[in-house]
Every structure is written in structure tokens, then in C-alpha cells.
Design a protein around this ligand. Structure first.
Ligand SMILES: [Zn+2]
Length: 363
């Protein structure tokens, strides 16, 4: 039986670090600034329309700001950006809608408070081209095409030659330019049977990851054990350091399991950042490394994974003791005698939930 993966695992992402010259850096920055202005102006238009449909107060949006994506693309960039502006703004409001909210969305820098982190999508060729042999990418920037050198991040291998990026996303994070490539995931539709090796993974800050499988039980990958010396004191250095740790842990997890393994992760909204820690960084690197080993990732419902008792199924308001990190079930007493680590408990619940979902037509 072929599994139904959800939307997130249909694609796998690879992030490259750009190495622009001074002149190229200027072209990137101007493009990004103009793109930001275009998206923020178009965002007001979009908000004005949505708010009017809901009969809300639209006085915050002055009429002179109401511009079409086409007019903005032509004034600030060039025509080819119209589709990207539409896409960026539409996706942001769609996410809001699924959270049943409506507020004016403002785009800007990574980590800026109350700001939606802006990335520029290049949605179709020939607006981008990636050459792995030469380690050069070509992007359609504000003043035309630019060829920019890139490097792969530490520990991340090149994709197989047969993989072709279908979209790319450009973004600056703390002064470094990144390009994220989107590939169709060759392991998105893998076969699953009751014998399939299934591994649940919980993500956290104290433990970068905690895994659980029937064969191997629970294993914690504690952030302390993976402390790498951070080479500088800037936010950029810190961010790169966190990402490097994520890659090491992701690699260890995928290499510990056989090909055809299915990993279960929680389907979290990853637009919120906590102390520069991003769920998205880990899951993107993880899906990519797993796909290279012919393993796949399945996303499960994240609700109450840390509050559910794997023995009796009761959802309890556990008195989570921050120092102890124990899970205790108030209903059946699981965890009262033996010590059950809360992250290991969550990983087991994710495993159980994933297995149930994956095999629901099979048992
Ligand atoms: Zn219980």
C-alpha cells in the first residue's frame, strides 16, 4: 500500500549559501528592498479587499496605496515579478485565514518582531538556473540576470544529477544570502506495510531530537552533547551554528536507520521563531538527508503529543516540572514509579500516532 503523505513531504528543500561579490551583493539587496516595498504595498491592497468583504474598518489602508501586483512589479522591479508578488502575499494571507485571523501583514527581515519574514520566490524557469558542476546560480534580479557563486552548507551533500529544482527561494538571514531549492521528493509516495520500520521524532530545544521506534526504543539527542564551538559572537554566527548542529543530528538519525524507513514528525506551523531556533531548519535538512537514503517523512497531527499517555490514551494536564522533565499520567499513574522522560514520551506518542495513520487501511 502506498502512503498518503501530506503536502509538506511532497517536496524536499536544499539551502545553499550564496557567495556574492560586492557588486552582486548590492544587486541582491536592491532587488530585495524593492520586492519588500512591492509586497507591503500589495499587502495593503489585499487586506483592504479581504477586510471589506468582512465589513471591517479599512481606514488603516489609504486609497493611494491600493496598487495591483502588475503595476508594482513594473514600477519597482520588472514584469516577471508580478507572479512572485501575488504568490508571496496570497500565501501569507492564506496561512492567516487557516488560523481564522485577519490583520494587515507586513513583510521584512528574519527575526523582526511582528513581521513576516520575506523570501523572494522564483517560480519558473528561466528566472533561475542552478549549475552544481560550476557551483554557480543565475538569478533574474532587478537589473537583469546575475551569475552568483554558491557553496553547500557543512555536512550537506549535493543532490543527485537527476534531481531538478522546480522553484527557488531567495532570502537574507542576518546578512548572509541563502537560496533554497525545492525538488519533488522521490520518496514522497513510499510503500508501507506492518513490517515497515517506523520512527517517531520529537523536536525540542533541550533535546534537538528524541527518537522512538519499536526496535530501538527511545534515544535523546541532547543539545548539550552537540555543542559546537561558535566561531563568532554575531547573530549570523549563532544561526549558522544552530543549523550545523541540526544537520549533524539529522544525519545521525537517518544513518542509524535502514533504507525504506518512514520517520514521523509533527506537522507544526514553523513561522514562529524561538530564540533563533527554527523547526523548519531541522525538518528541511532532515527530509533532504532522508530522501538521499530512500527514507521518507510523514507528518502527523501535533496536538497533545506531549500530554497524552501512551499506555491508557488519556490526555492529562501534566504538571510538567521544568527541572525534572518527567511525564506522569494522572489517570493510570504511568510514570509515577518509573521515570518517564517527557520528550521520550512525546516521541513515543508521535510514533504511535504515525503508525496508526500510516497503517489505518491495513489493520
Ligand atoms: Zn495513563
Amino acid at each position: 500500500m502506498t502512503i498518503k503523505t501530506n503536502k509538506r513531504a511532497k517536496y524536499t528543500y536544499l539551502t545553499l549559501q550564496l557567495l556574492p561579490t560586492e557588486k552582486e551583493r548590492e544587486a541582491l539587496q536592491t532587488t530585495w528592498n524593492n520586492y519588500k516595498e512591492a509586497c507591503n504595498t500589495f499587502s495593503r491592497t489585499k487586506y483592504w479587499k479581504l477586510a471589506r468583504e468582512k465589513h471591517m474598518d479599512v481606514s488603516a489602508c489609504k486609497k493611494e496605496y491600493l496598487k495591483s501586483a502588475r503595476a508594482l512589479a513594473q514600477r519597482l522591479l520588472h514584469g516577471v515579478y508580478e507572479i512572485s508578488i501575488r504568490h508571496t502575499v496570497k500565501m501569507a494571507y492564506k496561512r492567516q485565514e487557516s488560523d481564522k485571523k485577519l490583520a494587515l501583514i507586513v513583510f521584512g527581515e528574519y527575526d523582526e518582531k511582528n513581521i513576516k519574514h520575506l523570501t523572494i520566490p522564483y517560480l519558473r524557469k528561466p528566472t533561475f538556473n542552478i549549475d552544481f558542476a560550476k557551483k554557480m546560480c543565475c538569478l533574474d534580479l532587478v537589473d537583469g540576470f546575475q551569475h552568483i557563486a554558491f557553496t553547500l552548507l557543512e555536512g550537506i551533500p549535493e543532490p543527485p544529477a537527476s534531481w531538478e529544482a522546480i522553484e527557488v527561494y531567495l532570502q537574507p538571514i542576518y546578512g548572509t544570502w541563502y537560496l533554497t531549492l525545492m525538488f519533488p521528493n522521490p520518496t514522497a509516495n513510499m510503500d508501507v506495510s506492518p513490517d515497515t520500520n517506523i520512527v517517531g521524532i520529537d523536536r525540542g530545544e533541550i533535546n534537538i531530537a528524541t527518537t522512538y521506534s519499536l526496535d530501538k526504543g527511545a534515544k535523546r539527542y541532547s543539545a548539550e552533547d552537540y555543542s559546537l564551538p561558535c566561531e563568532g559572537g554575531t547573530k549570523d554566527d549563532y544561526h549558522k551554528n544552530l543549523f550545523a548542529k541540526d544537520v549533524i543530528v539529522a544525519k545521525e538519525i537517518v544513518e542509524r536507520e535502514s533504507p525504506d524507513t518512514i520517520f514521523v514528525l509533527e506537522d507544526l506551523h514553523f513561522n514562529k521563531l524561538r530564540k533563533g531556533w527554527s523547526y523548519r531548519n531541522f525538518s528541511d535538512a532532515f527530509i533532504y538527508l532522508a530522501a538521499l537514503r530512500h527514507q521518507c517523512v510523514f507528518f502527523c497531527d501535533p496536538r497533545n503529543t506531549s500530554r497524552t499517555c501512551p499506555k491508557c490514551g488519556e490526555v492529562t494536564n501534566t504538571k510538567r516540572n521544568r527541572d525534572e522533565h518527567r511525564f506522569i499520567c494522572r489517570s493510570c499513574g504511568y510514570g509515577e514509579k518509573e521515570i518517564v522522560n517527557d520528550d521520550e514520551n512525546a516521541a513515543e506518542n508521535i510514533y504511535l500516532r504515525g503508525r496508526k495513520e500510516l497503517l489505518k487501511d491495513d489493520v
